[in-house]
Write a protein that binds this ligand. Structure first.
Ligand SMILES: [Zn+2]
Length: 306
């Protein structure tokens, strides 16, 4: 079993991305790529904020894709918390309950440009914590012209959210998240993909140790860079936080071909990553944390018996 916790999938992608002239992945392309890589199931993260790349997506479309490919996709739902009509935790609960009734298992990918301690964001977090829904986020620094929840070097505002919502699972993702793994990070490199060895004292390591509700989404070039920049560090990191790290890919177009699964399995085969740790990262943690229940359903080996 392999579960990808970070996919963007459209029913009929229309617009092409500015940077490479390709559209976001269609459901057909995504399923083909999943089959090539041996991925059983992928979480669909709709993108709905004003800053997103590509096309905003409706929940109707997400649920329709799940219906068209039974057993392949897990729906999350997304919000731009600046919406004037979503102005209380109660309002979020009303909407989330309707999405959950249709199968939604979490919230994200949050990409809107608000600070981590914005009360509008905390209304959403309060409702998610109440309903037991995890949240996948993209984060970036204040000065960047980009998307993602805003925080400065060292995550002072994100840490307040971790403290305020101890039962809310945060799935951390993006360059500005994973760069904080190293103790020598400077503000001007937060959005980057540092290739240097990981220096002791990284903010992320401290946050992972302090807050059991923090989980790692290893998707995209940012997650892969964090995995591969300093393998000796990575093996210890994966071991220490083996119950909270999850595979994701984040293929936003059909030309991308991230090598997370291949890299993890190669390091497992070399003896650097324990087989049970690899299994947890490839699917068991996602299954447990998102509450999918495939482990009980499929048997101890995770073989899909459907
Ligand atoms: Zn993404």
């Amino acid at each position: 079993m392999v579960i990808d916790i970070h996919a963007h999938v459209l029913r009929w992608p229309v617009l092409k991305k500015f940077n490479n002239g390709l559209p976001l992945m269609s459901a057909e392309e995504q399923v083909r790529r999943m089959d090539e890589k041996g991925i059983d199931k992928a979480v669909i993260l709709p993108l709905t904020s004003a800053e997103v790349i590509g096309e905003p997506q409706s929940m109707g479309e997400v649920f329709d894709i799940c219906r068209l490919y039974p057993g392949r996709f897990i729906p999350f739902c997304d919000f731009d918390v600046r919406r004037y009509d979503m102005n209380s935790a109660e309002r979020y609960r009303e909407v989330l309950e309707q999405y959950v009734a249709r199968g939604a298992k979490g919230v994200g990918e949050l990409t809107c440009r608000v600070y981590w301690d914005d009360p509008r964001l905390w209304n959403l977090f309060a409702a998610c914590e109440d309903l037991g829904l995890p949240v996948t986020f993209h984060t970036s620094p204040p000065e960047a012209i980009t998307y993602g929840l805003i925080d400065e070097l060292g995550f002072p505002r994100f840490e307040k959210a971790l403290q305020r919502f101890p039962n809310l699972r945060f799935f951390g993702h993006s360059a500005s998240f994973w760069s904080e793994i190293s103790g020598d990070l400077t503000a001007d490199r937060k959005e980057g993909y540092p290739k240097t060895p990981v220096a002791p004292g990284g903010t992320l390591v401290r946050l992972f140790r302090t807050y059991p509700n923090l989980c790692g989404d290893l998707s995209a070039g940012s997650g892969f860079n964090a995995l591969t920049r300093d393998p000796a560090f990575t093996y210890e990191f994966l071991d220490e936080f083996q119950d909270r790290l999850m595979l994701g890919l984040d293929h936003t177009d059909a030309e991308l071909d991230f090598q997370h699964i291949e890299w993890l399995r190669a390091r497992r085969d070399e003896g650097h990553i324990a087989p049970e740790v690899c299994e947890k990262i490839l699917w068991r943690n996602a299954d447990r944390i998102i509450g999918l229940g495939f482990a009980e359903w499929a048997g101890a080996d995770g073989a899909d018996r459907a």
